[in-house]
Design a protein around this ligand. Structure first.
Ligand code: ZN
Length: 77
């Protein structure tokens, strides 16, 4: 088994060590929105639970999710 296998970030195409991998699955620990909502959102972006991202990209997606969610929330009166 190789421990130093490299993977590629789907977003920025940067290569990094497999143990530093991030996926959208970590968003299930978000308080809001619900993970189900998040999955639907990423499906539209053609991203699934098994796509790999680097830390920077997953952080920026996390921010995007918050932005879109907050906008949507404020539209529902
Ligand atoms: Zn990246």
């Amino acid at each position: 088994m190789q421990t130093n296998k490299k993977v590629q970030c789907k977003e920025c195409l940067k290569k990094f060590h497999k143990k530093e991998i991030y996926t959208i699955q970590q968003f299930q620990y978000k308080k809001e929105p619900k993970y189900k909502w998040i999955l639907v959102y990423f499906k539209k972006l053609k991203i699934d639970e098994w796509d790999s991202f680097c830390e920077e990209c997953i952080m920026s997606y996390s921010k995007k999710v918050d932005d879109v969610w907050n906008k949507q929330k404020s539209q529902v009166i």
